[in-house]
Design a protein around this ligand. Structure first.
Ligand code: SAH
Length: 240
């Protein structure tokens, strides 16, 4: 299970590049395959649409069981809302965990890729929450949003909105506003480290005036987070 980072080859680790180069079969969502196209010339590719994760894992397990070297690619890190857990669960369920050697190769996850573009918003404790309620009941997500905001964590939102799913980000903002000031800095990064990258630095009051979709990571500050020129910084607490 291979993490390819946010996009370009410059953000992939040598270990990731080596895994791609030595694999015989590459399995992944089409968009991610396209991101690594230059590094996988001539390899067999198994790719399906976004919601076919189980099919992709089953195909990967079948190939690996037959002795082939398979790279299952995830954007960012494969163990952060990626494919690593599902592959391990399916191998376990089919009793093949002892027969098929597996390795999880980390990648730069969207939280840190986006944070780096914004400055240094994650210098203190932070919570990562996905707003996708496809696999998680909304009540659970809401409870976590409240707990994280109530404990003054910096909060990173993955899967903030899609074309069909856009009320969750409004609701999340409302919850944040019950604990955080409207002037709390918010960073919005779309397509981090990819060609069409967009970066917006705004605040809780105004965050919804910017485009937020499935290719976007949103970072909401804690009570100390502030702007420093064009950057967002969460102070660690050093006396200056
Ligand atoms: N495994 C991935 C996360 C998959 S969940 C990782 O570690 O980054 C998918 C979510 O990740 C998207 O909805 C978006 O919130 C975020 N994301 C993925 N790629 C991104 C990018 N290049 N720029 C900003 N956010 C991104």
């Amino acid at each position: 299970m291979v993490g390819i980072g946010p996009g370009g080859a410059a953000d992939m680790s040598p270990r990731t590049l080596q895994a791609l180069q030595t694999a015989g079969v590459i399995v992944g969502y089409k968009t991610y395959i396209d991101l690594v196209r230059d590094n996988i010339q001539g390899k067999e590719i198994i790719s399906t649409g976004m919601t076919r994760e189980k099919d992709r894992c089953a195909a990967a397990i079948e190939q690996a069981s037959a002795g082939r070297r398979v790279a299952v690619v995830s954007s960012g890190d494969p163990g952060v809302y990626g494919m690593a857990g599902l592959v391990l669960e399916m191998l376990d369920a089919s009793g093949k965990l002892d027969d098929v050697p597996v390795e999880v190769i980390p990648g730069i996850t969207s939280a840190t890729a986006a944070a780096a573009r914004l400055g240094a918003p994650l210098m203190h404790d932070f919570a990562v929450i996905s707003l996708s309620d496809l696999l998680t009941p909304w009540e659970t997500i809401e409870r976590r949003l409240e707990a994280a905001a109530g404990a003054d964590f910096v909060i990173v939102l993955y899967n903030p909105a899609s074309r069909k799913r856009n009320w969750q980000i409004n609701k999340a903002r409302e919850i944040f506003l019950t604990f955080k000031e409207p002037s709390t800095p918010v960073g919005i990064v779309k397509n981090a480290a990819r060609q069409d990258e967009e970066i917006y630095i705004t605040d809780l009051e105004n965050m919804l005036h910017h485009p937020i979709d499935m290719l976007t990571t949103v970072i909401v500050g804690n009570r100390s987070t502030r702007l420093a020129g064009g950057f967002i910084v969460t102070p660690r607490g050093y006396a200056l």
